[in-house]
Structures are given as C-alpha cells and as structure tokens.
Ligand binder design. Structure first.
Ligand SMILES: Cc1cc2nc3c(=O)[nH]c(=O)nc-3n(C[C@H](O)[C@H](O)[C@H](O)COP(=O)(O)O)c2cc1C
Length: 345
C-alpha cells in the first residue's frame, strides 16, 4: 500500500519515496534488489577504479545482472563523475555509464528494471543527453543550489540534495541538509530528494516538509540483515559508533565522511605524505583501503565510510518491513502534527 504518492514515486514507478543510494566502491546488488522489492528504489553501486577498467566494467555489469535477477522492480545504478585537473571526465566514468547502457541494450529484462541512472561528484555535462536518449531517468546528486540549478537546466530529471552530514563523499561546500534542501526545492522545478542524515519516517516527513519528494539513504541501509555482501565487522562498527566518532577526511572527489580510526587519523595527519605515495597511487590506496573494510572487516586500519547518522542507529533493519514502515511512519507523523494544529486553514 502506498502511503505517500507524489511526482517522484510516479516518475520512477515505485511505491515509497525511499531510495538506497550508491554505496561504491562496494557490492550492493543484493541490497539494491531488497530495497526495490520492498517498494523503494535500490541502487547498484560502482565497483571501484581498478587499474584494468575493463575488469571494473565486467564486475559492474555482473552486479547489474545479479540485481536484475533478484527483483522485478525498478532499480538504479550510481556512477560518480570523476574529472581530471583540466575538467576532462575520467575513463572509469565513461566506461561505467556505457556498461550500464550496454547491459540494458543486450537484455530486455535488464532494460525493464534498470530504469534510473544516478550521477554524482562532477557535472555530468554531455552525459545528460546520452542518459536521457537511452530512455533512462537521470538523477544527479549535488551539494549546492548553484549545482542543482545547473543540473536541472541541463535536463536532469531529479536532483539529490546532499548535506554535509552524509556518509561517503560529502559536498565541498559543506552545506547541511537543513539549509540546502529548502534552498534547492525553491530553485528547481524537478523532484528533489534529500540525502544525508535520514534514518526513519521522521526524517522522510521532515524532507517532505522542506519541499523534497523523498529521501536517499546510505548508512541506514548498510546496517540491514539483507546486506550480506559486506563484512559483519563493518556493520557492527556503524552500530557501535557514537556521536563524534565520524570525521571528514580528504577522499577521492573531495571531502569524505567516515569513522575516526587509525586509517583516517593517518590520512588526516600525513595526507599525501601517507606512505610516500604519489597522487594517483594515493587515490588507489584510498579506494583499496575502503574496499578492505568491506571485504576483510578491518575497521581500524581501513577507511570506513559512514554518515553521522550511524551514531543514532543501533540495530539491523529487515528491509522488506522497514521500507513500508518508514513510509507509513512519515505519513503518520505528518497527520499527527496536522491534527495538533489549533487553527485549521
Ligand atoms: C559506504 C558509503 C559509500 C558511498 N559511496 C557512494 C558512491 O559511490 N556514490 C555516491 O554518489 N554516493 C556514495 N555515498 C553516499 C550515499 O549514496 C548517500 O548519499 C549517503 O550515504 C547519504 O547519507 P547517509 O549515510 O546519512 O544516509 C556513499 C556513502 C557511504 C556511507
């Protein structure tokens, strides 16, 4: 049963305006399928930047195929737009966008389900047309009102407004959702999703109050029983996190939020001096370190990305129940508040 129907749910064809957003460079095929099957929108994440991009593209495609085999509902892919110093889009971005398009072309079952492409980090430029021409709904994640307006003018269908409290790569502008979301919803006509800090129906209700039409979460979905692809120690580290246990360090595309531990402390103290690595090697080290946390569960000596909201998350959710319950809770919060108003308008 749909508790909240709006332009976003109608556009994407989902029951609840609740998105599991990209969690790269990790494996999220099962997680994405679970969220989509529960009536939200799940997202298959980019698998990292291996030296052999073709190998990365094959991994990405296998994750897309796995997700499509696990759900018959719409799902998304997330591809960060990496750019070099001259503003040129990096090869991995191009390869992953074309991989997703090729997977749809090759298999109608994938085309039916993979209906949304989310880009993030840099401006997607010419890719907006490529994505739209392929028949996909295009969502772009931004950290400022200026970027939101630019993306909407370029033809993006949905803007994801990213606040600085979010997990993973956070906006360089360091704007928080409470300021950013209303500014963006006032400035663009397309549906807007809030990302950063949401964890339950109250967060969704707050997002709707600020003019957004849904929420896109990361940390809340990582800590779920369905997320069996990740090392249990990663999930436990997020459950154990307290307020102040997170920190923003220099990531791959600007600031990145993760846990305070030996790895992030070393990075903060030594920066590019870490292990005497050059620029490219340091980026690769960071990505491999992030991946080690997920695969090996070394949550002390690897970079563990998480949002601030981990400090308020103490249990694993079951996604099949959580997604509809969250939408119901948001509707009840809004109705409950309205019923307490003394003056009716
Ligand atoms: C472990 C982790 C990995 C992430 N990887 C990506 C990514 O590859 N691409 C992207 O656009 N956002 C990425 N994000 C951001 C999420 O998509 C989402 O916007 C964010 O988690 C929202 O904040 P929350 O964690 O408070 O829900 C990542 C977040 C986390 C926690």
């Amino acid at each position: 049963m749909a508790f909240i129907s709006n332009r976003y749910t109608a556009l994407v064809g989902i029951e609840h305006p609740i998105v599991q957003e990209g969690l790269g460079p990790f494996r999220t095929a099962k997680l994405a399928a679970a969220v989509s099957s529960a009536g939200g929108l799940g997202t298959v994440s980019m698998p990292g930047m291996p030296v052999d991009i073709e190998e990365g593209a094959r991994t990405f495609r296998s994750h897309i195929e796995e997700c499509a085999s696990l759900t018959d509902k719409p799902f998304a892919v997330n591809i960060p737009v990496g750019v070099d110093r001259d503003g040129k889009v990096l090869p991995f971005t191009d390869a992953y966008i074309r991989t997703a398009l090729a997977a749809r072309q090759a298999d109608s079952a994938i085309a039916d389900r993979l209906t949304v492409m989310t880009t993030s980090a840099g401006f997607p430029g010419d890719y907006v047309k490529l994505i739209k021409d392929a028949g996909l709904i295009h969502q772009h994640k931004v950290g400022s009102t200026r970027q939101a307006v630019k993306s909407a003018e370029a033809g993006t269908d949905v803007i994801i407004a990213a606040g600085f409290e979010m997990g993973g790569h956070a906006p360089a502008s360091m704007m928080h959702t409470f300021v950013l979301v209303p500014s963006i919803t006032e400035s663009v006509d397309v549906p807007v999703l809030l990302t950063g800090g949401a964890r339950d129906g109250r967060g969704l209700a707050a997002a709707l109050a600020m003019g957004a039409e849904g929420v896109a979460m990361g940390t809340r979905f990582i800590t779920s029983v369905e997320n069996t692809d990740w090392h249990p120690a990663y999930l436990q580290a997020l459950l154990d996190a307290k307020e102040g246990d997170d920190v923003a360090f220099d990531g791959v595309y600007g600031p990145c939020r993760g846990l305070r531990n030996a790895a992030s402390a070393d990075l903060l103290q030594h920066g590019s001096e870490s292990g005497g690595l050059g620029e490219v090697e340091l980026v690769r080290w960071k990505i491999e370190s992030m991946q080690r946390a997920q695969t090996d569960g070394d949550v002390e000596n690897s970079l563990v990305m998480t949002g601030q909201v981990a400090s308020a998350i103490h249990d694993l959710i079951r996604i099949s129940e959580f997604v509809p319950n969250m939408a119901r809770e948001a509707a009840e919060v809004i109705r409950g508040l309205a019923s307490k108003m003394l003056v009716t308008v």
